[in-house]
Design a protein around this ligand. Structure first.
Ligand code: URA
Length: 335
């Protein structure tokens, strides 16, 4: 029996061959031969985080409209994906961080070495390596680490005590509860979000709404539990309508955030979204430009990624968060 290709006449054969060469020239031939399976895979991945739905409001101030999000089964392990090519210059090569402070973390086995894009950056105040050819975003002001005086012998208890029934900014007028933090005071990993949303305001705990569920899923996909990490926000009271915290509110609240970080001394701070990046790192550049990169701040590292609420609004971008969390996992694992 003649194959399908045998039945094509010469002119059709030539047309197909020319078209494939054209795709080769564009470097997308593989895409044309494999996109079917890729689509199936990516649909399955999204299904894992967006099947059942609820209509509660996303608590991120940057998300004002209600979105729908499911309670999905937790991913059991972070799939190994190719690292994103950073859109900033070649990173400073990573060196393995010191061994984990605790052994509580159960990282899923890593088959391959850390992605090439796991990198260490120079401190915010120092010019980055290779900045000449394609400059990195430059921090626009002092980071919290530089701006706030350290308090010797500070503890989380004392910080909470000092915060008291805070009325330092106007957010106190509309809050239900102060949302101080949640998690392990000896955590190696600290997450900094933007500010409490509705659910957090009601419960007095950070990241307990739908964005929080996604964050928790991502944490667990790294092989950690929520109680292994420390979770806090730039501001501790919910901004009305989940709006972005204003400068005076950030100025009043951020010293407490800094003291929390300084007291915990984590190995890594993960800034979730632009306000956290601006506050902690002093970097004003768009999150998509600087995400996934490691910055040095004294003996602590910081990495910026997108806010989980952004992924709730743009589920197709979930890969970004996964990739950045893989970097976090590899960093903590010392890969
Ligand atoms: N978004 C945040 O930035 N923080 C929270 O605590 C919850 C949602």
């Amino acid at each position: 029996m003649r194959s399908m290709a045998d039945r094509f006449d010469d002119s059709l054969r030539k047309k197909i061959s020319d078209r494939l060469s054209f795709y080769d020239d564009l470097g997308i031939r593989l895409f044309y031969t494999t996109r079917q399976s890729a689509l199936v895979e990516s649909s399955a991945a999204f299904a894992a985080t967006s099947a059942s739905e609820s209509s509660a409001e996303v608590s991120s101030p940057s998300v004002h409209q209600p979105v729908r999000y499911e309670d999905s089964p937790l991913p059991k392990a972070m799939p190994k994906t190719k690292s994103l090519k950073p859109d900033v210059p070649a990173p400073v090569p990573a060196t393995a961080p010191p061994a984990a402070r605790t052994t509580a973390y159960m990282m899923p086995p890593t088959k391959s070495p850390a992605p090439a894009s796991v990198s260490r950056r120079m401190p915010a105040s120092a010019p980055p390596v290779a900045a000449k050819s394609n400059p990195l975003p430059t921090p626009s002001g002092p980071s919290l680490f530089e701006a706030v005086n350290k308090i010797a012998g500070d503890t989380l208890l004392k910080i909470r005590d000092d915060l008291g029934d805070c009325k330092r900014c106007k957010l106190h007028q509309t809050r239900t509860n102060i949302v101080f933090a949640d998690g392990n005071p000896k955590a190696e990993l600290v997450f900094v979000g933007e500010g409490p949303g509705h659910d957090e305001d009601v419960q007095g705990l950070p990241f307990v709404g739908r964005a929080g569920k996604l964050l928790t899923q991502m944490i667990e996909a790294m092989g950690l539990q929520r109680q292994d990490v420390y979770i806090c926000n730039v501001v501790k009271c919910r901004p009305p309508e989940n709006r972005t915290p204003e400068k005076d509110e950030v100025d009043a609240c951020s010293p407490f955030l800094y003291r929390q970080i300084e007291s915990i001394k984590p190995r890594l701070i993960c800034c979730l979204g632009a306000p956290a990046v601006r506050t902690v790192l002093g970097i004003k550049e768009g999150i998509t430009k600087i995400r996934g990169q490691f910055y040095n701040f004294g003996s602590t590292k910081a990495l910026a990624t997108v806010h989980p609420a952004y992924i709730l609004r743009n589920p197709r971008e979930e890969k970004i968060l996964r990739e950045d969390f893989e970097k976090i996992r590899d960093f903590l694992k010392g890969a």
